[in-house]
Design a protein around this ligand. Structure first.
Ligand SMILES: [Zn+2]
Length: 407
């Protein structure tokens, strides 16, 4: 099957006809359709399909002499779910490329000496239940099943209820110590979520690290009052301190060569003719190392406290989540770079986006390949990659796979 036909076979699933954006939330019809598609592609290749206790789906290509449970496998894949209004490439490109890479090996007559698996990790984006990488985090034990099962979507449905509705048993969720035995190496191919490759005019990169990142909640409290009749000097308006904080976050990000974003807020009472009593906002901050990230967030909080003081409003800052830095290990990275030597110099780049490969890196050797994204746009219907680059990505993955499984 050609890369193009494989790619096109899922383009309509979960796509909004008006915006072109994808909504493939975990355990919804779109997700279940993609899981069926995955199983069908696996069966078409003679691979056996297995859903693990946390809803991650595995397709196995086993060497003829493989007896019993596969161990030490070369595993590649990504995720099939999306953010709300997401793009076509984030996640599915890694899965389509994995099947395409297997096809290339079969065409070349490569017979694997070790097990090969394609995996689709469940609920990577957290678009529905608010926590990212739930499938892989449950498997590694980073998220406890009791916490995961209570997560609710916007309609109030819990993950436990969603699993039951999809015919799965929520009682199965939990750590999967078998993972470390089964997976010899995990290599995830992903569309780049930035313009680093475009800026150096290269189609493929290997990941060096994932930046540490986190979310902090800033709550500014003042006094609700009439927008028309309250004298400026009498106001305690929390929006002012918040607005100044947005700018401060940007300035601190600039000086730290980092990123800091306020992308979500709730305003109380949220009336057009009312001075707000409360502004509750989420800071997403990411930096090259943990010390820089901590110092930057501390500086933004200090700036913010100063503005709050000036305006007579109170401020509280609470950490919601922090993901530590992931440095992908020298091996398998060096081996992958060598396997790709025919492509010339392959850039080795960090990313500021989280991935299942980062979660798994605590338990097994992991690595990532990135495919050029000419505009850098991601988590948007405008996310794009040239099909020629996608094919190069699948070929690169095939080189890495062949190098690994034929040794
Ligand atoms: Zn992704």
């Amino acid at each position: 099957m050609t890369f193009n036909s494989l790619w096109e076979s899922i383009l309509d699933v979960g796509r909004d006809a008006a915006t072109g954006g994808y909504r493939r939330f975990a355990w919804t019809t779109a997700d279940l359709t993609l899981r069926e598609w995955f199983a069908g592609e696996a069966q078409r290749r003679g691979m056996s399909v297995e859903e693990d206790r946390n809803g991650n789906v595995w397709a196995w290509w086993l060497p003829a002499n493989c007896l019993g449970d596969p161990t030490g496998a070369f595993v590649t894949g990504s995720h099939l779910d999306s953010v709300p209004g997401g793009g076509a490439f984030d996640g599915p490109l890694g899965i389509v490329s994995a099947f395409a890479a297997i096809d290339l090996l079969v065409t070349r007559g490569v017979v694997p000496r070790i097990p090969v698996a394609v995996v689709a990790f469940s609920d990577e984006e957290g678009g529905r239940f608010g926590v990212a990488c739930v499938g892989s985090q449950l498997s590694t034990g980073a998220v406890r099943p009791e916490r995961a099962l209570k997560l609710r979507d916007a309609d109030g449905t819990t993950l436990a209820e969603a699993l039951t509705a999809a015919g799965r048993d929520p009682a199965h969720l939990g750590p999967d110590p078998e993972l470390t035995k089964r997976v010899g190496v995990y290599v995830e191919l992903h569309v780049e979520q930035g313009r680093a490759l475009d800026l150096v005019d290269k189609p493929i990169a290997v990941a060096s690290a994932i930046w540490p990142h986190g979310r902090w909640q800033f709550t500014f409290c003042g006094q609700a009052n009439h927008a028309g009749t309250t004298r400026l000097v009498d106001r305690r308006d929390p929006m002012l301190a918040f607005a100044a904080t947005v700018r401060a976050a940007r300035d601190r990000a600039t000086t730290n060569a980092a990123v800091a974003t306020f992308g979500k807020l709730t305003v109380t009472p949220n009336g057009a003719n009312a001075i707000p009593s409360r502004v509750h906002a989420w800071l997403d901050a990411r930096a090259a190392d943990e010390a820089t990230l901590a110092a930057m967030v501390e500086a933004i909080a200090a700036d913010s406290a100063g503005y709050a003081d000036d305006d007579g409003v109170s401020l509280s800052v609470e950490v919601e989540s922090v993901s530590p830095a992931v440095v992908f290990p020298e091996e398998p990275r060096a081996r992958i770079v060598r396997a790709l030597s025919a492509l010339g110099e392959v850039p080795v780049l960090p990313t500021a986006a989280g991935h299942d490969a980062g979660v798994l890196s605590e338990k097994v050797p992991t690595a990532m390949l990135f495919v050029r994204n000419p505009t850098g746009v991601s988590h948007s219907p405008d996310e794009y990659a040239e099909i020629a680059d996608c094919r190069r990505g699948a070929e690169a993955l095939a080189e890495v796979m062949a190098d690994w499984v034929a040794r």
